[in-house]
Design a protein. Structure first.
Ligand SMILES: C[S@@+](CC[C@H](N)C(=O)[O-])C[C@H]1O[C@@H](n2cnc3c(N)ncnc32)[C@H](O)[C@@H]1O
Length: 271
């Protein structure tokens, strides 16, 4: 084992994903900088710098600070860990970004408050139950103004199952869960990496878990909340510089990596 892997908190001390972010992944997200290519693609193609923008799960403010440097003027972010909100506020030396402690499942922003929303870095995949993900999607819909845009990235199961190693892991977990009478969907996966190194306790199928979406349910999560799908794709479409405009068109395309989704709140959509 490398020194890095021995630095992990023991799996039994990580009770939920909030714990993972605080005790294990905090340093990775509190002072990161700059955009990843897929994030840059979504932000440049679907958001506007002059509009009021909210980021869910802002961590140390990496994305909002990079957007401020690119001329975005009305930026807001929330995270359920006060420690991230403090780190992000400290880094915003101009003090012009509003950072708040809030949980995506229950926001205290008013109805129709924002022109555009960012739910990137798979923030909805860390919610433990389907009901939590549905509540978060409904809250996103409520705080977005009619005609506003939501950009999302999610962990996608189809992209992942292209990897033979992941397929083998799924088969192993299927057996393990059968033998131990656990009725947990294989879409719930233990964290496969912690602190940028393999998380070997994943082999014991220990939680906390992250949720890997199937594409139809990912789209339904947002359309059931009231959104219209505007564009969808995976890493493969981002590399080509163009997302599909409908779910059916996407289903026919090659697929790799994360899911990228763009939604709109209908002009006549009520909060
Ligand atoms: C993968 S990190 C990404 C941080 C930041 N968005 C970035 O890209 O640098 C996910 C963040 O979402 C936050 N988070 C997870 N679930 C949340 C929830 N239900 N409500 C608010 N924040 C949440 C975590 O605390 C963490 O800061």
């Amino acid at each position: 084992m490398t020194e890095k892997t021995t630095m992990h908190p023991p799996a039994e001390t990580l009770h939920d994903n909030k714990d993972v972010f605080l005790k294990s992944e905090f340093g990775l997200w509190s002072d990161r900088e700059g955009f990843e290519p897929g994030e840059q693609f979504l932000i440049e193609n679907y958001l506007r710098p002059d509009l009021k923008t909210l980021e869910a799960g802002c961590g140390g403010g990496r994305l909002l600070l990079a957007m401020q440097a690119r001329g975005y003027t009305d930026l807001h972010g929330f995270d359920y860990l006060p420690q991230f909100v403090e780190a992000a506020s400290r880094r915003d030396t101009a003090g012009r970004i509003s950072f708040r402690v809030q949980d995506a499942r229950s926001l205290d922003y008013g109805d129709d408050s924002f022109d555009q929303l960012m739910y990137l870095q798979q923030v909805l995949c860390f919610l433990p139950e389907e009901a939590d993900r549905q509540r978060a999607a409904r809250e996103a819909y409520r705080v977005l103004r009619p005609g506003g845009v939501l950009i999302v990235t999610l962990l996608g199961l189809r992209g992942r199952t292209r990897s033979l190693a992941f397929k083998a892991l799924l088969a192993y977990q299927y057996l393990l869960r059968k033998l131990t009478f656990r009725r947990l969907s294989l879409q719930y996966q233990p964290w496969l990496r912690l602190q940028n190194a393999p998380n070997w306790s994943a082999l014991w199928d220990r939680g906390p878990y992250v949720y890997w979406f199937r594409e139809p349910e990912a789209v339904e999560l947002f359309t059931n909340a009231g959104f219209e799908l505007a564009a969808i794709g995976s890493e493969a479409q981002v590399c080509e510089g163009r997302l599909a405009e409908s779910f059916d068109a996407f289903a026919r395309l090659p697929h790799s990596g994360r899911l990228y989704i763009v939604c709109r709140k209908p002009i006549d959509g009520a909060a």
